[in-house]
Design a protein around this ligand. Structure first.
Ligand SMILES: Cc1ncc(COP(=O)(O)O)c(C=O)c1O
Length: 395
């Protein structure tokens, strides 16, 4: 049996979306800048996609800039705003649990003379609105706080942050890569000025994404070379990817209420099942204010690597932290920021649910996980005994 529980890393492309992408690669392959019929057809598809995306987040179509994904959208938002408003101020605020696409963009700015305040988070991974209030300065130009955390799923209080940002006339950027298509987003209600989204987390193609940029907010482009996307993102548009992203987003939004109810039940089944069957395990992230697809657990006295390998052998795909940091040993910056205890932190895994998962999958995972954890714990304690014996003889 195979159970894919890594939908936070990426998802399969919906068959109907794949069909559309193929059509725009093989039949409707024109360059949207071309004057002829194929170019016009591509341009029309591009503008339809813009309208579809804007409809989902309640923006204007012209406020959507298509990018190569969430990383580029985050980079463009942060560096773009920072550079554009450099004369006004060089102070930015973000949080300790942001994705590296945000954090590394901030570090890069720091090296260029900007000042960054990185807000701490509570044990669940949420920022404190009073910390944010205190961090605001006269020269603050941008607040960048994510919606759903990619590792532990915790949702940040966007509405409160948006209100505060508006009161202080500070631009507010949200990385919504993990919440898009799962939790309703309204950039007007939430006072969001910039918002990043990605196609491959919502059953759309990889290498597709967008940045919502509120009309009137300035950004400096990071790339040069053409008129496309109002010069903010020059280069021939990835029309198949863009059209696929828009279709996937519309489908996810339409199904959201029903599908997320279903996923929430699976999430509950998985968390409760683990808690009932396995001792010494801790749920990371907020118990309620979390994205329905995310289950992040820390198992005491176990290494995530051996746990993931054992799960993989049983056909279960999960991840340690985010996919992007899974090559790095040791607890991720998010797990550290949450203050997970040292005996739990190394045994942290993330299981993220999706469209293909059923309650049968959860039953299978629970059965295998309980056996694997027991086996690994036995193994590590017998190894400890051996090391202990060895130390004694050394005397
Ligand atoms: C919260 C968050 N932001 C940004 C990204 C980057 O998105 P992309 O893979 O489309 O570049 C990811 C992907 O893991 C993410 O989870």
């Amino acid at each position: 049996m195979r159970v894919y529980l890594d939908h936070g890393a990426t998802t399969s492309v919906r068959p109907e979306v794949a069909q559309t992408v193929l059509e725009h690669m093989t039949r409707k392959y024109g360059n949207p800048s071309s004057m002829h019929y194929l170019g016009r057809e591509a341009k029309e598809a591009l503008e339809d996609a813009r309208e579809q995306v804007s409809g989902v987040i309640n923006s204007l179509p012209e406020e959507i800039i298509f990018t190569s994904g969430g990383t580029e959208a985050d980079n463009l938002a942060i560096a773009g705003v920072a550079r554009y408003y450099a004369d006004k101020g060089k102070h930015l605020i973000t949080s300790a649990v942001e994705h590296h696409a945000v954090l590394d963009a901030c570090i890069n700015l720091e090296q260029a003379g900007y000042e960054i305040t990185i807000l701490p988070v509570d044990e669940y991974g949420a920022i404190d609105i009073d910390d944010l209030r205190k961090a605001i300065r006269k020269d603050t130009t941008l607040i960048s706080i994510m919606h759903a955390n990619n590792e532990v799923g915790t949702l940040q209080p966007l509405q409160d942050i948006g209100k505060l940002a508006q009161e202080h006339e500070i631009i507010f950027h949200v990385d919504a890569v993990q919440s898009l298509g799962k939790i309703p987003i309204d950039v007007q209600k939430m006072n969001i000025d910039l918002l990043s989204g990605s196609g491959h987390k919502i059953y759309g193609p990889k290498g597709s994404g967008f940045l919502f940029l509120r009309r009137g907010v300035g950004i400096t482009s990071l790339t040069y070379g053409g008129e496309q996307e109002k010069r903010f993102r020059p280069g021939t548009e990835n029309v198949p990817g863009i059209v696929g992203l828009a279709q996937a987003l519309v489908l996810s939004s339409k199904e959201m209420e029903h599908e997320m109810d279903r996923i929430r039940k699976l999430q509950k089944q998985l968390i409760q099942g683990v808690m009932e069957r396995i001792p010494d395990v801790k749920l990371n992230g907020h118990p309620v204010k979390r994205v329905p697809i995310n289950v992040n657990l820390s198992f005491k006295d176990i290494g995530a690597e051996s746990l993931l390998m054992a799960l993989d052998l049983e056909g279960i795909a999960a991840s340690a932290g985010s996919a992007c940091s899974s090559g790095i040993m040791g607890p991720s910056h998010v797990i550290k920021a949450l203050g997970v205890q040292p005996e739990f932190a190394p045994g942290t895994i993330r299981m993220t649910l999706g469209r293909e998962n059923t309650d049968k999958d959860i039953g299978y995972v629970l059965e295998k996980l309980a056996l694997i954890v027991e086996r690994l714990r036995k193994k590590s304690s017998s190894q400890e005994r051996k090391i202990g014996a060895c130390n004694c003889s050394k005397g």
